[in-house]
Design a protein around this ligand. Structure first.
Ligand code: PMP
Length: 363
């Protein structure tokens, strides 16, 4: 079979080398004669795996010592509620920046749990003749009390990324589900970072949380135990049975990242991949992208065909060429190529060649 490149937004493709190793180890891990999926999370072998995975992530992201790394259940949306339940206390308020579908969904969950009066929702997207950009408000001199400010630095559906750091007097909570490990960030600027795993880390269901120690001493609302950060911390993320296979694969992805040069090297490749694709979109006059250059996502490249009646043919022909899952999210339509860490430059080159060819035949 010729190469298939999977542009799905998530669950997304994982590194080929990791998948090959995992398939080899599937029924016999470390010569134990059983799968890693079939052993106790409290066995010494799994405990070694779990702490290695954490150490590897800490190294990749240069996580300071005063931050805890938690491996939790419930994916990205699980954290939408965990953040509220753990941080809001009884009379707390929080600020939510909305830059697209996912930050909007996070704000809606917060309103559901804490009430509309407790959540200050700020739309940060400006629309200039159909071209979207993010305009961050200045928070200087604000003396309102918020338990935290929540935002989503990469909007998976809209293809909008915020590269600027947020400067504000409150702990910053960031949903990095779709851009964690794709570029260098300074963890110390954040109160809490979370990410559903199924884009740059591993299988869906797992969520990674990186949280500053002191925030775990805030008053909490009553909450479900498996979403309690303090319980997760005190039990090394094993208060209940963790998603062990997902944790194993995450560890393998972290090892692969370390071997391929870490986040700096990945950032360079990701920048080159995104530039190549946007350049193709901008240059042919056949495709369009509606995000201002400063906020174009490096992970989720959205584009539209000038003649939308060709959408079906585009997707069908792309698939026949081994370029799969390019359909945009149902809410926004059009196309979307998700090019996370695991997507090699060759995949982007193959897509660009196809797009050029399709444009020349239908233009
Ligand atoms: N946040 C972002 C930025 C996402 O892209 C997604 C999923 N695509 C989620 C949250 C929700 O993740 P999950 O489906 O794991 O709950």
């Amino acid at each position: 079979m010729s190469a298939v490149y999977n542009f799905c937004a998530g669950p997304a493709m994982l590194p080929k080398a990791v998948m090959a190793k995992a398939s080899q180890e599937f029924v016999d891990w470390q010569g134990m004669g059983v799968s890693v999926m079939e052993i106790s999370h409290r066995s010494k072998e799994f405990m070694a795996l779990s702490s290695e995975a954490e150490a590897s992530l800490r190294k990749l992201m240069d996580v300071p010592d005063n931050y805890r790394v938690l491996f939790m259940h419930g994916g990205g949306r699980g954290q939408f509620s965990a953040v509220v339940n753990n941080f809001m206390g009884n009379n707390g308020r929080a600020k939510y920046l909305v830059s697209g579908q996912w930050s909007k969904a996070a704000a809606e969950e917060a309103v559901k749990l804490a009430g509309a009066d407790a959540i200050d929702v700020v739309d940060v997207v400006s629309d200039d003749n159909g071209v979207k950009s993010v305009v961050l408000p200045s928070f200087e001199g604000q003396d309102d009390e918020y338990r935290y400010l929540h935002y989503c630095p990469n909007e998976t559906v809209d293809g909008i990324e915020i590269f600027e750091d947020i400067d504000c007097p409150w702990p910053v909570v960031a949903d990095m589900s779709s851009n964690i490990l794709s570029r260098k960030i300074d963890v110390s600027r954040y109160g809490l970072i979370y990410a559903g795993a199924q884009k740059n880390i591993g299988p869906s269901g797992l969520a990674i949380v990186i949280v500053r120690d002191d925030l775990l001493n805030l008053p909490t609302l009553s909450q479900s135990s498996i979403m309690d950060y303090r319980l997760a911390r005190d039990n090394d993320s094993m208060y209940n049975t963790p998603p062990t296979y997902a944790w194993y694969l995450a560890g393998e992805v972290f090892k692969w990242l370390e071997q391929t040069g870490g986040v700096d090297a990945m950032e360079q490749v990701n920048t080159a991949k995104a530039e190549r694709l946007y350049q193709c979109i901008d240059s042919l006059g056949f495709y369009g992208n509606k995000v201002a250059a400063a906020n174009r996502s490096r992970m989720n490249v959205t584009f539209q065909l000038a003649d939308e009646s060709l959408n079906e043919a585009f997707l069908k022909e792309a698939e026949a060429s081994g370029l799969v899952a390019l359909k945009g999210h149902r809410i926004v339509g059009g196309m979307r190529a998700s090019i996370y860490n695991a997507m090699p430059m060759e995949g982007v080159e193959a897509l660009v060649s196809f797009m050029e060819d399709f444009a020349s035949r239908h233009g």
